[in-house]
Design a protein around this ligand. Structure first.
Ligand SMILES: [Zn+2]
Ligand SMILES: [Zn+2]
Length: 401
């Protein structure tokens, strides 16, 4: 199914509605985070890691017959190390979740007829939050805080027994000039990995369930406490139909962004202290998966993990309806607390009306904002797309009058 161009038409954009107070608070939070991160960083340890990483890079380059990279200063080495982290995160995200064909409709369990999804794919007619200098400043500051967060995360993994030197030597051993390992040592390694799978899976489940529970209440509080919504979370909801994965993820108030990230570390730390579960592979998978899923649920493609453990459209529903689907990844806690809102088709009349409309459209276009007509977002923190009639017309792609 062809994707449509996510470019807004002039006059069909959502202007920023933030006030100076929350903006200043966000900048102050980022400055405080950066200052604390600098204070709480062991520069010698960071440089030692960067030297080790760069020596691996030089070793691999040598194996490949390439020129030795100029990485002689600590700043270049640290910069290279963090650049590698970013490349690895992006590559993992793209590799694990290639763009799936967008599913525009879903079989109704009642009668089997296919009906359009409730959250429409973005089209050029839909309201789009135009990025301003404030948005760019938030994205820049959140990005600048990432290396410090990553450093603290590695410190926690070290405390759990992670040995970066072992990782470096493993990567070195994969070099082209190194002879292949003996078959029995490969078999022993595979056996050890297989034996570790149940423990890793159990720890991963604990980390996700714990973090999602904590974040559920934090996210819900940000919507139900007006001051928290205004001062912390409102900025993220300027985009009612997220479709810019990295931008719509990073474009978050710095207070919310840093609390969300460090809650992940706090969850890992607490799981160790409370339950004695300090599993390095699970801790790494948790942070990696959390980052990937956060980005991917802000793009316009419909994606899902097996058994619908995670569905991107559930977070799309949150942006469209606001007071539902507070958990960041799985729907478990939303189902438990009664705030889960899956894609659904409501009412035969509405289904028939939308189906009739769809018949008049070209293949691949979608019109599915039925809930915008029957189930508007609650008062108080409704997304600012303008009046209701305009929103319905925009989402249905009906011509203006
Ligand atoms: Zn979001
Ligand atoms: Zn929210």
């Amino acid at each position: 199914m062809a994707a449509t161009t996510p470019r807004a038409r002039p006059g069909n954009t959502v202007q920023s509605h933030l006030t100076p107070g929350p903006i200043l608070l966000s900048w102050a939070a980022a400055a405080t985070t950066l200052t604390l991160q600098l204070q709480l960083t062991d520069r010698a340890l960071l440089e030692a890691d960067a030297v080790a990483v760069c020596s691996v890079i030089c070793s691999v380059a040598q194996d490949l017959g390439l020129a030795r990279p100029m990485l002689d200063t600590p700043t270049a080495q640290i910069g290279t190390m963090y650049a590698l982290v970013w490349i690895e995160v992006l590559a993992t995200t793209c590799f694990l979740f290639p763009q799936a064909p967008t599913q525009m409709s879903k079989a109704d369990p009642l009668d089997g007829h296919r009906a359009p999804l409730e959250v429409p794919q973005r089209t050029s007619h839909m309201p789009q939050h135009q990025l301003t200098t404030v948005d760019y400043s938030y994205m820049l500051l959140n990005t600048l805080c990432m290396p410090g967060f990553f450093y603290h995360y590695v410190c926690l993994m070290r405390a759990w027994g992670f040995d970066p030197a072992a990782l470096y030597s493993l990567v070195r051993s994969l070099g082209l000039a190194t002879p292949l390992p003996a078959a029995d040592s490969v078999a022993a390694a595979a056996h050890a990995m297989a034996a570790a799978v149940p423990g890793v899976a159990a720890a991963l489940a604990l980390y996700f369930m714990s973090y999602e529970l904590v974040y559920y209440f934090w996210h819900r509080a940000m919507h139900e406490v007006p001051a928290l919504y205004k001062w912390v979370h409102k900025h993220h909801h300027q985009q009612s139909y997220p479709d810019r994965p990295a931008i719509d993820t990073l474009n978050t108030g710095c207070v919310e962004s840093q609390i969300g990230l460090y809650l992940q570390l706090g969850t890992l730390w607490a799981a160790d202290k409370l339950f004695g579960v300090a599993n390095v592979p699970a801790g790494m998978l948790f942070i990696m998966a959390a980052g990937c899923l956060s980005v991917l649920e802000h793009d316009k493609f419909e994606r899902a993990l097996p058994f619908d453990f995670w569905r991107a459209d559930e977070h799309h529903m949150h942006h469209a309806y606001v007071k539902c689907n507070y958990s960041p990844y799985s729907s478990f806690w939303d189902r438990f607390f009664g705030t889960h809102k899956p894609f659904a088709v409501k009412g035969k009349r509405k289904r028939a009306a939308v189906a009739t409309y769809l018949c008049t459209q070209s293949v691949g276009r979608v019109a599915c904002p039925a809930p915008l007509m029957s189930d508007p977002p609650p008062e108080g923190n409704r997304p600012p797309e303008g009046d209701r009639e305009l929103r319905v017309r925009n989402a249905l792609e009906l011509p203006g009058t």
